[in-house]
Design a protein around this ligand. Sequence first.
Ligand SMILES: [Zn+2]
Length: 476
Amino acid sequence: MRPERKHKAPKASPDLAADKTVRLAQELVRVPSVTAVDPDDKPASHKSIEIMIEAAKKTGARIETSEFSGGHPKWDYAVENLYLEWTFGDGSAPAKHICYIGHLDVVPPGDKDKWTKDPFSGDIRDGYLYGRGITDMKGSVAAFFTAVEEKLEDLKKLGNIRVSMVLTTDEEWAAVNGTKKVLEWMKKEGIAPDAFIVGERSSQDTLGSHIKIGRRGSLVGTFNVAGVQGHAAYQELFENPNRALALAIAILSSKEWKDGNENFPNTNFEAVAMKSGDFGASAVIPGKAEALWNIRFTPDQTPDSLEKWIKDSLANPPEWAKSHPDAGKLKNITVTANKDTASEPYYSAPARLAKAAQAGIKSVLGTEAKLDGSGGTTDGRFAGKIFPDAEIIELGLPERGGIVCKHNKPDDYLTKGGMHQVDERAALEDLVNLRKIFAETLVNYGKQPVAANDDAQQPKAKPDAAKSRHTPHKPG
Ligand SMILES: [Zn+2]
C-alpha cells in the first residue's frame, strides 16, 4: 500500500478556466481522436492535427505534415503526423535544438456509461478539466505549445536556439508509423536535436515530483505445451500440459533480478495470461496449454539475452526444480519471443536539459524533482535509438490526474480519474504550472552556452556508459 498523503484541493478559480493552456487542452480533448486504426476514426484524428496547425500558424512556426503507412505486416494503417519548428537567432552560430515529443491520439473511453459525463465533453468542474486524453497527453501538448508561444520574445533575444514539436496520432497503438518515422525523416533532413522532452506523464501523484531519464524495455512472448487429452483419473496414461506450464512459470518467476539501480527498477518476468482446459469438465486432462508472458527489462538486458535466459532456464533448471517430478516435462514447452515488436529500453544520463528542467520545477513549484526510469514504455525509446547522442527527459502531468483523494480514500485514487481510466482528468492548476515549467526549462536551456552542451553530451545515452556508471550488479 502507498502511504496516505494529504492532498490539497485544486484551485477552482475562473481565471484558470480562461487560461490559454487550459483552453487549448480543452479544444483538443473535445476531439475524440482515438488512434485511427479503424478508418472511421480518421476524421477526428485529422481534426486534432488541424487544431495544432491553426494554432501554430499564428506563431510563425515551420509546419510540416506527413502521413506514413506500411512498415509492418499487420499494423500498416496510415498515420498523420505533424512537425513544428521555431528557429530563433540569425543562424551565425551552431544552434541548440530542443525537441518536444508528444501524441494527439487517445485510448478509447471504454464503457461510456461509467463516465460521469461524456468522455469528450472537456468539462471543467471543481478545478479539473475532464476528458479522455487530458493526462495522456493532450494537456502536456497544450502546455508545451503555449510555453513556446509565451516565450517567443525571450527566445528570440537568446538567439541560436531551435525549438520543435513532433506530434503523432499513433502512440497508443502500434506506433509503427508515428514518432519513429518522423524522427527518421528528421535525421534524413539533417535536423538533429541535441535534447528531447517527451511530454508523457512523469510523476504519479504530484506534478514535478519526478523527471524520467529512461524507461525499461518490454518483451512479450508465449509458451505452448502440447498434452494428451484423457480421463483425469488415469493421469499416467495421458499427458497433462498444465504440469509443465506451471513448473516453467514457477521457475521463471523465482528469478530475482538484481540489475536495477537508483534509476531503474529490476527486470521482472510476469505470466500475464494462461489458457487451458475446460472449467465445465473437471474429469478431463486438457490436450494443450498456453501462457502469455511479459518481461519489463533494464538496459542491461536485450530481447535476445532474455529469450536465451528463458530457454536456458527451462533446459537447465535451478536445483530445486531439477528434483521436481515434472522437470522432465519442461522440454515439451515451445517458447516464442516477439522480438520484432519488443520495446527497447533507453537511458539518458542527466545533463543540461535535466538540470534546466529541475531548475524550472524548483522555480515554479519550489520543489526538488527526482530523476528515475520507472513506468511503462514511451516514444522516448525511438529518440534514444535514432539520436543516441541527444539528452532525453520525460516530463508531463501526474499519471493520476493530480488526483485529490477528497476524503483521503484510496478508492477514487485507484479506480478512476487517472490516465486510461474512467473520468480521466487533470487539475487546471497543474496544466498552468506545467506550462510555466516548460517555459522556464526552455529559457534555462537556451541560456546555456552551446559548448557546455557538447561537453555534457560526451558520456550520454550509450548503454555502455549507463552500465558502467549506474549498474552495481550484473544479473546471474
Ligand atoms: Zn501517452
